[in-house]
Write a protein that binds this ligand. Structure first.
Ligand SMILES: N[C@H](CCC[C@H](N)C(=O)O)C(=O)O
Length: 280
């Protein structure tokens, strides 16, 4: 099975075209492909392009635990680069349908940078678009955190802190991700505001764990920082893997821009997928 691997600021994805398989990918196959010992290894699978009735392309996004995500900012930037590299697009702006809504992507610098319109940041995990930003207190192990829900199609819980560290994400991220108050689990970001145009985040992703960067997390965290009046509408989001630029309009529609790097074209032996019965 042919694949193409890219990373966006260290958040790596494997692109698999549907014609590489004679069936829809199973959860066990996704887990195997993403496994860094039994498979190729990645923070997720991008399965596409699929036909769309409303957009130029449709994309399905899967986490390493086999769950399907409504949106992935880095995944969308990588998929846009893939479409450019494989000449499936003849112009630099095109639309992509995801489970979490339709987005517009624009490729720059031969695909080394991609801009994606991520849609509206909403301060809820449900479908209610009208909710204002709302403070929530969550008791996790020995800690009480104050955080804010946000969604860009996928769910996020953003926790402003004074002392930011990767340890916070590793120690509390998995517990918050699975907390019963989040009906579909949640992505988690710990946020430090550096100035009105710069934030720093540490990320624990739903279904993927600790990642070096995340486009939808960057968008959600920037939306919360803006909603709290701590940042203006153009925000640089610093993460361990690098920087993403977010711009928000007055209705909180977000545009995200960042780098994409191609890693490899590859061929996964079907034996690895058959072996998964002994693995997962
Ligand atoms: N784990 C996320 C999807 C990937 C998000 C992240 N890789 C990004 O770039 O937005 C979820 O289940 O919602």
């Amino acid at each position: 099975m042919k694949f193409t691997k890219y990373h966006a600021l260290g958040n790596d994805y494997i692109v698999i075209a549907p014609n590489e398989l004679d069936h829809d990918m199973t959860s066990a196959e996704i887990k195997t492909i993403c496994d860094r010992h039994y498979g190729v290894g990645s923070d997720g699978v991008l399965y596409g392009p699929l036909p769309s009735a409303s957009c130029d392309f449709k994309l399905r996004i899967f986490n390493p635990d086999g769950s399907e995500a409504e949106k992935s900012g880095n995944g969308l930037r990588i998929f846009s680069r893939y479409l450019w590299d494989t000449k499936l697009v003849t112009h630099d702006t095109f639309s992509i349908e995801t489970k979490g809504g339709e987005v517009k992507a624009t490729v720059h610098a031969e695909g080394k940078r991609v801009t994606v319109d991520m849609g509206k940041v909403r301060y809820t995990h449900g479908s209610d678009h009208s909710l204002a930003i709302r403070k929530e207190t969550i008791q996790i192990a020995d800690q009480t955190f104050v955080g804010y829900r946000a969604s860009v199609g996928n769910p996020h819980f953003v926790i402003p802190v004074q002392q930011l560290s990767a340890d916070l994400a590793h120690q509390y991220g998995p517990l918050i991700e699975q907390d019963a108050r989040f009906e579909n689990r949640t992505n988690v970001q710990f946020l430090k505001v550096l100035d009105r145009h710069t934030i720093q985040i540490e990320i624990w992703e739903r279904g993927a764990g600790y990642t070096l960067a995340s486009g939808s997390s960057s968008t959600a965290a920037a939306g919360v920082a803006c909603g709290l009046g701590l940042c203006d509408e153009i925000i640089s989001v610093n993460m361990p893997g690098g920087e993403i630029k977010i711009s928000l309009d007055q209705d909180l529609f977000a545009t995200m821009q960042g780098a994409v790097c191609k890693i490899a074209n590859g061929e996964l032996a079907m034996e690895a997928l058959e072996d998964y019965r002994n693995t997962f």
